[in-house]
Design a protein around this ligand. Structure first.
Ligand SMILES: Cc1cc2nc3c(=O)[nH]c(=O)nc-3n(C[C@H](O)[C@H](O)[C@H](O)COP(=O)(O)O)c2cc1C
Length: 390
């Protein structure tokens, strides 16, 4: 793996230096142990650098990502609207990976006042958690709310942020000022470069097997396209089993982000019907629909989707083409999809629901505790790392 190859070349000082460069850690961020700043943000010792205790770079599970974020297992439970509930986020972090808070899911779907929701998660785990900042700036009201959520997250000790859409510069400035780390969601090099220009430390590479808004390229193609940019990459999409997890790390990814696998867990508040649909579906049951957000979203092809069709209607397409009208159409899609997905999370009928899921359904055969999944994947990776060293 590229980071192991790099770190085996020199002595420990050089090794640290190279790892820092590989991780995009610069002097500015290393100054985060400034006492004043720590106090200003209410950072408690345990939660610095992503919130965790120091994790040894010599652990068989260590990657540039685990070192940067201060966790044990290179595994992220990705943000999921509407499926990210506090218990799920906490369970993944507690087991050594990192759970990501989706703020609209936390507040609008699961009914927590934002800061109280974060504190609930912190009561369930003392380990690092992350935050998803969807930063497209078309609504001032939404952007103001997002700025507030980012500030509260920092005050509560969150140090890992995933930005999606838009320019992540303002998030990077706030997060780097307290020594945190920002990764940006991308599906291709053009967006990756924009993220890096905004100052991000790494990239979440969303591939063509992902749940939610899928990318166009396979995990391998995306890795080859993004690796020359020289920052750690996280593979997002298509991983449902331990061996698929290990395969992604073997490509050279520094971590793997999973979504669908964690919906079929005891901790996720999705309905039993939604979880069963994931367990029973195969790759061929996953389709892309534009009807939900105007962009292709990966969903289970249930009776409802088949009845509705997957293409945006002619009126929506016309609105999305117009320079002025596209803003209105996107806002309508955004609000409508939030409402529809919230309603579909807990309904047990399957008659009128969008159930988002990716092709990883093929490897998901049961509803399990989230921590058990993290531990199984970690063991498989440790085993593969040990056997490749021999
Ligand atoms: C139900 C669902 C909701 C999602 N919501 C979000 C979201 O709100 N923000 C985001 O950045 N990614 C979202 N994603 C993408 C996931 O964070 C993750 O990258 C993706 O699920 C990985 O693919 P997988 O489902 O094959 O594991 C969502 C995915 C799913 C399945």
């Amino acid at each position: 793996m590229w980071w192991r190859a790099r770190s085996s070349r020199g002595g420990s000082a050089r090794c640290d230096d190279e790892r820092r460069k590989a991780c995009g850690v610069d002097e500015r961020r290393e100054a985060y142990d400034d006492d004043e700043r720590r106090k200003a943000y209410g950072v408690d010792e345990r939660r610095e650098a992503g919130g965790g205790k120091a994790v040894s770079a010599n652990s068989p599970l260590s990657t540039p990502f685990t070192t940067q974020v201060g966790i044990e297992v290179p595994l992220i439970c990705g943000p999921m609207y509407p499926c990210s509930n506090p218990e799920l986020v906490a369970a993944v972090s507690e087991a050594g990976g990192i759970g990501i808070v989706q703020p609209i899911s936390l507040t609008y779907v699961h009914g927590h006042e934002y800061r109280e929701g974060l504190r609930l998660i912190k009561r369930l785990t003392s380990k690092p958690i992350g935050f998803n900042a969807l930063i497209e700036a078309s609504s001032k009201l939404y952007l103001d709310r997002m700025i507030k959520w980012v500030d509260i997250s920092l005050e509560e000790g969150v140090r890992f942020f995933i930005t999606s859409l838009g320019n992540p510069k303002w998030v990077c400035e706030k997060v780097h000022a307290v020594g945190g780390v920002v990764y940006h969601d991308v599906t291709e090099k053009k967006w990756a470069q924009k993220g890096l220009d905004g100052g991000v430390d790494g990239l979440i590479a969303v591939n063509n097997r992902a749940g939610g808004h899928a990318g166009r390229l396979s995990p391998r193609e995306l890795f080859d396209e993004l690796a020359p940019l020289g920052v750690p990459l996280v593979s997002a999409g298509g991983v449902g089993t331990a061996s698929e997890f290990v395969d992604q790390l073997a490509i050279g990814y520094a971590a793997v982000q999973l979504g669908t696998r964690f919906i079929a867990t005891n901790e996720c508040k999705a309905s039993d019907a939604y979880k069963s649909a994931i367990v029973e579906s195969d790759e061929a049951d996953i389709t892309l629909t534009e009807r939900l957000t105007g962009l292709p979203v990966s969903v289970i092809n249930n009776d409802y989707i088949r009845r509705l069709g997957t293409k945006a209607g002619p009126f929506a397409r016309w609105m999305l083409k117009g320079h002025r009208t596209k803003h209105w159409m996107r806002t309508w899609y955004a609000l409508n999809s939030l409402r529809r997905l919230k309603a579909g999370l807990t309904k047990d009928s399957g008659a009128g629901e969008y159930w988002q899921a990716g092709k990883s359904v093929a490897g998901i055969h049961g509803v399990r505790p989230a921590g058990e999944i993290v531990r199984e994947f970690a063991e498989a990776y440790a085993l593969r790392s040990r056997s490749s060293v021999r």
